[in-house]
Design a protein. Structure first.
Length: 393
């Protein structure tokens, strides 16, 4: 192997015996170059640590081969940045693109980071999150025809590329689950009102409580951006007051843990005096608090989808077809199976009660898709009476 300074196209050409122009075209995956030649050139380039000269490439192609990620800190969502970056890296593998991360802080409401990238041509595309209904960043990028994809939707009439999680369905299913488990007064902790997904969560929650005709509560003093100790303090105080909520739809694992701690301050036990359904993005919550039922959001897949959408937009694909809405992974069967195992000596026992027998059926996969959860039936029976009609607190 040749010993040189910084590897160049000439270095690869000398090692492989190919012409410099052939090496250049092979590294660009030109279809006119044979697969074997491209594979050999890429192998040698990887072995010697060859990196293309970005300045020269930009002069030649007008492209930077850079994608900029404006990353907001998400204390509420565990592993948010790591999972998204993992998915993005997966989507960009075997492409010439590199990721550059620019931190953006929640309290900084300006769009200077986006403006700087667009004005100076620092990247070929931009990715960012925490969108607002009429997000000024989206408006700026649309006006300049600059490729981008958002994690979240807006309310602009002009379609733009996005990948989003269906937070309406999450809040709706989580709240229905709490009600089915016999909880008389669900609560949801929302993101700041300026965020688009705050509206989606609110809509899903309110749809569920109105369908069921139950009381509900939405706190004004806290939101998902609040420090964990503030959420805990609020929950601890609220639990000691009259007519406190007994079911909680939590938009992340951090708020779920803060809620559990706050309720524990008042001697209340999860699964007995109250229940939680939380959005899960890691394995932490299910390991340390298995009684919390969860609905999964795959952030790695989200990152991969965002990478693919942005690549398509950079390649010139029309924006109207570059919208992805990811559905929540709702599956509570395992919780029913756990209860079944605890209640029923065996699935085949002839003397088990109808409730136990139906619960046991969950563990062997016979539950129908639209069946109401049976744990909720038991909870309502244990409590007796009808739930109160809906009134906002």
């Amino acid at each position: 192997m040749l010993k040189t300074g910084k590897p160049t196209l000439r270095t690869i050409a000398d090692i492989t015996g190919f012409a410099v122009t052939t090496v250049s075209r092979a590294l660009s995956n030109a279809p006119q170059i044979s697969v074997d030649t491209r594979r050999r050139v890429h192998e040698v380039a990887a072995e010697i640590g060859y990196l293309p000269d970005r300045a020269a490439q930009r002069l030649k192609t007008g492209r930077t081969n850079v994608i900029s990620v404006i990353l907001d800190p998400h204390e509420e969502i565990l592993g948010y940045g790591i999972s998204l970056m993992h998915g993005l890296a997966r989507a960009l593998k075997d492409t010439p693109y590199h990721l550059i991360v620019t931190p953006n802080f929640i309290d900084d409401g300006n769009i200077e980071a986006i403006r700087y990238i667009v004005r100076n041509g620092m990247a070929d595309g931009v990715i960012f999150s925490r969108t607002e209904p009429f997000d000024p960043r989206v408006r700026l990028l649309l006006e300049n025809g600059f490729p981008f994809v958002t994690h979240g939707r807006t309310e602009f009439s002009t379609p733009h590329p996005y990948v989003d999680y269906d937070n309406f369905s999450f809040a709706y299913e989580a709240t229905r689950r709490l009600i089915a488990r016999g909880r008389r007064k669900p609560m949801i902790i929302l993101p700041p009102k300026r965020m688009t997904f705050s509206q989606h969560l609110l809509h899903g929650f309110m749809t569920a409580v109105r369908e069921a005709g139950v009381a509900y509560e939405i706190p004004d003093e806290i939101d998902l951006d609040c420090p964990v100790e503030q959420i805990r303090a609020y929950m601890s105080r609220r639990a000691g007051e009259p007519d406190a909520p007994d079911g909680f739809a939590c938009g992340g694992e951090v708020s779920a843990l803060a809620t559990i701690t706050g309720m524990s301050d008042n001697g209340l036990t999860l699964g007995l005096e109250y229940d939680i359904v939380a959005k899960r993005t890691s394995k932490l919550l299910s390991q340390i608090q298995p009684k919390v039922e969860t609905i999964y959001e795959d952030l790695t897949d989200t990152g991969a989808q965002m990478g693919r959408v942005l690549l398509a937009r950079i390649a010139g694909e029309d924006m109207s077809g570059l919208q992805v809405l990811l559905k929540p992974q709702v599956d509570f069967w395992w919780f029913e199976a756990l209860i079944a195992v605890r209640l029923a000596p065996s699935v085949g026992d002839a003397d088990i009660s109808p409730t136990r027998g139906r619960l046991a059926a969950y563990s062997v996969g016979t539950r129908k898709k639209n069946d109401l959860p049976l744990v909720g039936e038991m909870s309502r029976s244990d409590r007796g009476g009808k739930r109160p009609r809906s009134q906002s607190s």
